[in-house]
Design a binder for this molecule. Structure first.
Ligand SMILES: [Zn+2]
Ligand SMILES: [Zn+2]
Length: 376
């Protein structure tokens, strides 16, 4: 795969990725599908709760669902993503394990594969090699519809595995605790279903209470978190605002409606502009619960070396604000100042001079357009 990419002509930001078919069309259908993807599961969930209230769901079930959603969701955002993928902070060894286990209970695959896939996404964002870009099939209507489905769900069924040995060697070879947690993924999945059942049974005192907790705090909670996470992969590269400068072809967006449910991960343009920053929501009012938790862990002394952006970050990195258009790549007349480049060990970040450099990636192959810090 890498060899094929290295020999491919430069990607122009619009064409289908190599070996993908392209079709063209209009915007309306794509917007409708996007809206359906976001809204329908929540409408169905609300309708289900309303219809089942008093019989198939209880307040205990919903409170348990909220607790398990928060624990497993923050395990993914703070543990899998900001700690283990990007090294946004250093955690005590026991805290690394706790966060890794919590994230593993989200049914999003074992942690090492999750980290490897996400690092590959950052290395090839929205260009050939990206495992889940919505632009895989080009920028026409039909292509974007197919790309949306691919980025949200379809990529998990593709035959393009991400080699963990290449993208997560730090965890695979030098982190036995994380390797053990990763290999025990089936056990964490079982616990993710059994714990709500046990809690519901214990609190209600009935088997029926255990079963309804299993459904709502187990199955429904897992499905909701999965779709929110997958929406960051799909919607947060298609709809929303792009206030920050990113690498060439990178079309990540900030999408406020998902901010709370995604624990701050939907400030995705901010994240792609500086991947190892512990805070993704940087603007005023950009709520970021994951960053708040990291701040709390820092005050407790359990998290150290937290990568917060310097105070002048906004002045340096505010790009051209505005809505991201689906069929055109916004261009910035901004400065040509070097951007934080996501290259890996040994590179330095221009906005954090003197700080220890995070190991973000293993040495990477040069992408078709090179690891330049360019605006789309
Ligand atoms: Zn992304
Ligand atoms: Zn990331």
């Amino acid at each position: 795969m890498i060899e094929v990419l290295a020999q491919a002509p430069a990607y122009d930001g619009r064409s289908p990725f190599p070996h993908a078919q392209q079709r063209v069309g209009d915007h309306a259908g794509q917007v409708a599908l996007t809206a359906t993807t976001v809204i329908a599961p929540f409408v169905a969930l609300a309708a289900g709760v309303w219809l089942a209230w008093g019989s198939g769901v209880t307040l205990t079930d919903l409170l348990l669902a909220a607790v398990f959603y928060a624990v497993t969701g923050l395990g993914v955002t703070v543990g899998f993503h900001r700690l283990l993928t990007h090294g946004s902070f250093t955690a005590r060894p026991w805290l690394r394990v706790v966060l890794a286990v919590a994230g593993s209970m989200s049914f999003q695959g074992n942690l090492i594969d999750w980290v490897a896939t996400h690092r590959r996404h950052h290395a090839f964002t929205d260009r050939p090699g990206d495992p889940h870009s919505p632009y895989r099939h080009g920028t026409g209507l039909s292509g974007q519809l197919r790309g949306l489905a691919h980025a949200h769900l379809g990529w998990m069924f593709s035959s393009e595995p991400t080699p963990a040995a290449r993208y997560a060697p730090d965890l695979l070879r030098n982190d036995p605790a994380m390797l053990r947690v990763s290999r025990a993924f089936p056990a964490w999945c079982a616990a993710s279903l059994l714990l709500p059942f046990a809690a519901g049974w214990a609190i209600s005192g009935t088997l029926h209470g255990g079963l309804t907790a299993f459904i709502w705090a187990g199955l429904v909670r897992i499905a909701l978190l999965q779709h929110v996470t997958w929406s960051v992969n799909s919607l947060c590269h298609m709809l929303g605002e792009r206030p920050y400068r990113t690498r060439r072809h990178d079309r990540s967006t900030d999408l406020w409606p998902l901010a709370l449910l995604s624990f701050g991960e939907s400030w995705h343009n901010g994240h792609h502009s500086q991947p190892d920053c512990a805070r993704h929501g940087r603007g005023a009012g950009q709520i970021d619960p994951s960053a708040a938790l990291i701040g709390l862990l820092e005050r407790l002394g359990w998290a150290t070396n937290v990568h917060w952006q310097p105070p002048d970050f906004l002045q340096h990195h505010r790009g051209v604000a505005g809505k991201h258009t689906l069929h055109t790549s916004a261009r910035s007349p901004g400065s040509s100042r070097a951007l934080p480049v996501y290259q890996g060990k040994g590179t330095s970040c221009p906005i954090k001079p003197g700080r220890p450099q995070t190991i973000c990636l293993p040495p990477q192959p040069v992408t078709p357009d090179g690891p330049e810090g360019k605006r789309n």
